[in-house]
Ligand binder design. Sequence first.
Ligand SMILES: [Zn+2]
Length: 351
Amino acid sequence: LSTTSTILPQEKSENPLPAISPSLLSDSTSIHNPCYMCGSTGQDRLFDADDFDGKGDCYSLYQCRQCGLVKTLPEPSPEALMEAYSQSYYGGGGNGGGETKFVTLIERWTRYSARKRAVALIKSHGVAGKKLRVLDIGCGRGVLLNAFEALGHDVVGVERKGSPFEGLPNIQCGDLADLNLESTSFDIVVLWHVLEHVSNPKIVINEVAKLISRTGSLFISVPNFGSRQAKVFKAAWFHLDLPRHLFHFTEFSLGNLLTASGLSIAAKNTFSLDQNAYGFLQSTLNMLPGLKNNHLYELLKGGLSIRLALWMLCYIPLVSIVSFGVIIELLVSQIQHCGASLTVKAVIKDD
Ligand SMILES: [Zn+2]
């Protein structure tokens, strides 16, 4: 994470939406419901997009003119969300069984990058040689959690009630406020591609602000709605992930959310090799006529099969061509700080 001191205006500016270009506005349709985050009335409809899994549901993305928060509307029903979070989304039993979400190679990559991520987050936190207390909220099956533990740190993972990973070591299930976690006790708190999924990000950040130590670091990673990929691909963007992503953050709107709970961004980064590269690849494939949305991803998630092998005969030439675009996009967005994944380090704001 590179350090930055001038990411956020301390007060609301006259023109509060620098991150989104007006060209994103597909029409002038607007609604006047109060914004979830700032309460301001007046939100613009950016565009409509289909659900990720191809069930035929369509959603609209609305952006608050004041704080920049983008919300998925209509709010998906509890039934639609439950279906979207079926076992197949998480994959794997989580009990050490042989099942895994992806094919073995990708699974190995996932574990390798989790270890690299844990090392990088500890380095960014900046305290070497000390046993740290780490809280991973929305830890899934605990891949990152295990990486921190293997490095010798105390770990607690939190998952939603009814998660298939309930009962795994170090994982607690339920609402953050109900878990009796010791306040100001965590050196590192992680929300890794979680905040966009929760129905109440304001409450989550508020609770995190109570749990983190005075010198602690909060690491948040979300799909970057202010990225070039989001702007170019719009409804075809892989990381929209509707209806699971209830909110879509830019650096500006995320900064506003943190500020409201007494936190501030100390460093940021928009590079993530796997998230950004696959985001570009799958979004490009989504734009091609005749291919089902996110089809390659569905195939890979399904594991090794004859079906995958046959499809790969079609995909390998396509992927090879698109890969040139992937490399160029990775380089250019790294230089311009507009990559598809936004990771910030937030700290308690000095009074
Ligand atoms: Zn707002």
